[in-house]
Design a protein around this ligand. Structure first.
Ligand code: MN
Ligand code: MN
Length: 288
């Protein structure tokens, strides 16, 4: 059950409308790293989760992300207050209104025109939100890693937004939202490592002869580091196909009837390498 508390999770003080900034903030409203994507990601994982601890964690964070959605949406709405009234009431001349909407340096005129200055479920380029932003696979050791990465990306987008926002009240609210993504990341890290073992994901181990091998797939200036060097790794300098020691060919068993059909097709479409036919390219070049 959800109930709506009429107050925001964090106080929003916007000094003045700014449709251009509103448009940038849509990235965290309806963008891939945004709050709706985060809320839906954790909500759906929570519904499907059987572990009571993780279920509670996921519902708590999903609900907090909805609270963040409310905060970021409220900031967008405040920043668009001027544009919203101007569009609805047409108090300015067409030219002045057009200039005020398009003078912000990004797609704010598009989102203002389409959504009347209300928070739209789009990213900052006007691309509609999609459930395809959510990559849940239904295995906690994989999903928690994806959640950690999602929180990391959300943190970075907030950091970039803080760097372009000059309104101190907005900076402060964005700082809160950014910080909460750090806290969520920590919770997901702890939840991941409270499952032991958690690597590799799932039940099947990797094939031993390929699990700790690094294939050097290029030559010259090969960089070595802990990702391919040391006692954990077998570094294969010049890997040759097939690394399994087989002939590296692809084969399949097919029926005798299919062999006849495939032979007929191969014969019909065979290349004759002993001819040099004149083609459209030759005719068109005037040199045929
Ligand atoms: Mn959030
Ligand atoms: Mn978060």
């Amino acid at each position: 059950m959800f109930v709506h508390n009429k107050r925001l999770q964090y106080t929003v003080r916007v000094a003045a409308p700014n449709p251009g900034l509103a448009n940038l903030l849509l990235e965290q409203f309806g963008g891939p790293q945004g709050e709706l994507a985060a809320a839906c990601r954790y909500f759906t994982q929570a519904v499907g989760e059987d572990d009571p601890g993780r279920k509670d964690l996921l519902f708590d964070i999903a609900t907090e992300e909805l609270s963040h959605l409310e905060i970021i949406g409220s900031i967008v709405a405040m920043l668009n207050k001027g544009a919203k009234g101007q569009l609805a009431e047409a108090v300015e001349s067409e030219a002045d209104l057009y200039r005020s909407l398009t003078g912000c340096g990004n797609d704010s005129h598009t989102t203002a025109l389409l959504y009347g200055g209300g928070p739209a479920l789009t990213n900052s380029a006007g691309v509609p939100w999609t459930a395809a932003y959510i990559d849940t696979i239904g295995e906690p050791t994989a999903d928690l890693r994806s959640n950690i990465a999602a929180e990391a990306r959300a943190k970075i987008v907030y950091e970039r937004l803080i760097n372009v926002a000059d309104d101190p009240g907005i900076k402060e609210a964005l700082g809160f939202l950014m910080t909460r993504e750090i806290a969520h990341q920590k919770s997901f890290e702890k939840a991941l490592h409270s499952i032991q073992p958690n690597f590799p994901q799932g039940k099947l181990p990797g094939v031993p002869e390929f699990t700790n091998v690094y294939y050097n797939m290029s030559s010259g200036n090969d960089a070595r580091g802990p990702w391919n060097d040391g006692s954990d790794w077998k570094f294969v300098e010049d890997p040759q196909p097939a690394v399994d020691g087989g002939d590296g060919l692809a084969t399949v068993g097919v029926s005798a009837d299919d062999i006849e059909v495939l032979k007929a097709m191969a014969s019909r479409t065979a290349s004759n390498t002993s001819t040099d036919p004149a083609t459209g390219a030759d005719l068109g070049s005037g040199q045929a």
